[in-house]
Design a protein. Structure first.
Length: 81
C-alpha cells in the first residue's frame, strides 16, 4: 500500500453511502462509508482504526465487488476493483 500520488484515470462520483467490507467467510463484516466511487475503484472511510486485509469484497448498493487496497491514509483507503 502506497500513499496516493497519481491522477485519476476515470471520472468519479462523490457520494457518502454506507458500505460493508466482507473480509472472509467467518470474519465479522466491517462497516464503512463510501466517499468516492468510479468504475475502477472507490475511496472508503472506516469507522475506526480497523485493520483490513489487502483483498476483500465490498458490498455497496446491492452489488458486491472484489477489491484490492491501493493506498491508505488514516481511516481512509483507496481500492481498485
Amino acid at each position: 500500500m502506497y500513499p496516493r500520488r497519481f491522477a485519476r484515470v476515470r471520472p468519479t462520483g462523490r457520494i457518502s453511502d454506507a458500505g460493508k467490507l466482507i473480509v472472509g467467510p467467518k470474519a465479522p463484516v466491517i462497516d464503512c462509508r463510501v466517499i468516492d466511487y468510479s468504475p475502477g475503484g472507490a475511496c472508503l472511510e472506516l469507522s475506526g482504526q480497523t485493520k483490513v486485509p489487502n483483498r476483500f469484497e465490498l458490498l455497496h448498493g446491492g452489488t458486491k465487488k472484489r477489491c484490492r487496497v491501493v493506498w491508505v491514509a488514516g481511516r481512509r483507503l483507496g481500492v481498485a476493483f
